[in-house]
Design a protein around this ligand. Structure first.
Ligand code: NAD
Length: 420
């Protein structure tokens, strides 16, 4: 096989390995398989910014479109110190499978800037976002690539991307991003969609396994858009949230954390750590706490060969993208732990992003109740389909989800043929 070394990174190696394994299971035409191993296009840009202290700093940014067989591309924009071409390419590939599995009319993409947004002022992040948007402007648009929030970005960042793009077009183009504020064309329910989707899939998983979600002990890594929403919704459903962390560390209380008080503490102090009436734990310790459900909702490669055997949860719902390494996956499988994989568990975000895009293109907005019931329907259907594939193929949910996603993208390639 030709060289893919410019995209090399741990996550890219993992996603390629997943693709190769599933391709042989699916008996995929080798010509289609080969095309799926590469992104369609990747752009690397330098993003020079004047910092508040007057100095110029350069950040490196990426925009990768993995695949356009099923439609324009879609994926998150990530601001994090680990961002590199290989990681962004792998995340774009995972988006292709995710959109395929949810039967959305999109290919996969991802954007990112290597930076530490926590050490930057809001003005600096705005200048960086606007300059990055102008550098990649040829690759984004409502029918080309539609970014959304991811790790380190939020609806304010999406507003700046939309405004910058709109200025170059001489008109407002809300459809260029999703996950933007409701006032400028965002969708009701988008902010909570990923966390809510995780909860829907957990309910489905529990039902298939013959459990109740209510009363379960839950640990969540990450207290951002995904983790905080999932934790709050599960708390409201009667789960005991025993542990939560963010980048600064975690807190543990076997009696359960009061989510309302924890949110207030985090809003005031900037972190969950230091929350009274709870023990401090490190992020590594958090993953191994006694619990029934574990939700990794921060960064990749957190569940690895060296800690997988000590994970106590019987169900893992992956909020983050790529939180489990293939070696850990194998250990968890052997131990009978049910892993609801990232491309299934965290798909609620892209599903409601799709709803936002459709609403924006039609300038007609739906009620929140309508969005939530459609989200629930899409997530439930996808979960049941993947569960059935897993049963039929005698495989785990990750393999089944990848089979569904990859099969659909490959089929798109086959039907469209190879240009020229
Ligand atoms: P976010 O920036 O809102 O929150 C991230 C959280 O993780 C924060 O609490 C942060 O402190 C914590 N964190 C960061 N680095 C950490 C570390 N090294 N150890 C422990 N905690 C750390 O991001 P988000 O939007 O919630 O995204 C979280 C994960 O979910 C990412 O992997 C992202 O790709 C994935 N995801 C997000 C969406 C979405 O709609 N936002 C959709 C699908 C998947």
């Amino acid at each position: 096989m030709p060289d893919t070394s410019e995209f090399d990174s741990p996550l890219f190696r993992t996603t390629l390995h997943q693709l190769d394994t599933v391709a042989s299971r699916l008996n995929l035409d080798p010509n289609l398989h080969e095309r799926l191993r590469y992104p369609r296009r990747a752009l690397v840009v330098s993003v020079p910014i004047q910092m508040d202290n007057g100095k110029t700093e350069i950040f490196i940014g990426y925009s990768v479109h993995h695949n356009t067989a099923l439609g324009p591309t879609k994926g998150g924009l990530r601001y994090h110190s680990d961002v590199n071409l290989g990681e962004v390419t792998a995340l774009a590939m995972l988006m292709s499978w995710k959109c395929g599995l949810f039967q959305l009319p999109y290919g996969g993409a991802k954007g990112g800037i290597r930076c530490n947004p926590r050490s930057m002022s809001s003005r600096e992040i705005e200048r960086m976002t606007r300059r990055y948007t102008s550098e990649i402007i040829l690759l984004i648009g409502p029918d080309l690539d539609i970014p959304a929030p991811d790790l380190g970005t939020d609806e304010q960042v999406m507003a700046w991307v939309m405004d910058t793009y709109s200025m170059t077009q001489g008109k407002s183009v809300p459809g260029v991003v999703t996950g933007k504020p409701i006032l400028i064309g965002g969708s009701a329910g988008r902010r909570e969609a990923t966390g809510r989707g995780i909860v829907y899939t957990l309910f489905r998983a529990a039902r298939h396994l013959g459990h109740e979600v209510k009363g379960k002990r839950v640990v969540v890594q990450g207290f951002g858009n995904v983790g905080a929403v999932a934790a709050r919704l599960l708390w409201r459903e009667g789960c005991t949230i025993v542990g939560i962390s963010d980048v600064k560390g975690g807190v543990y209380s076997p009696r359960g954390l009061d989510l309302r008080q924890l949110e207030a503490h985090a809003a005031e102090s900037g972190s969950v750590s230091g929350f009274p009436d709870a023990d401090r734990v490190t992020n590594a310790e958090l993953l191994e706490l006694p619990c029934d459900i574990l939700i990794p909702a921060a960064i990749g490669s957190q569940i690895r060969e060296d800690n997988a055997s000590r994970i106590k949860a019987s169900i893992i719902a992956e909020g983050a993208n790529g939180p489990t390494t293939p070696e850990a996956d194998q250990i968890l499988r052997e131990r009978g732990v049910t892993v609801v994989p990232d491309i299934l568990a965290n798909g609620g975000g892209v599903v409601v992003s799709y709803f936002e895009w459709v609403q924006g293109l039609q300038f007609y907005f739906w009620r929140e109740s309508e969005i939530l019931s459609r989200l629930q329907e899409v997530m439930t259907r996808a979960f049941n389909r993947i569960w059935a594939v897993a049963q039929k193929e005698g495989t785990d949910l990750r393999t089944a989800a990848l089979m569904e996603g990859i099969r659909r993208v490959a089929e798109g390639f086959r039907i469209r043929g190879l240009y020229p």
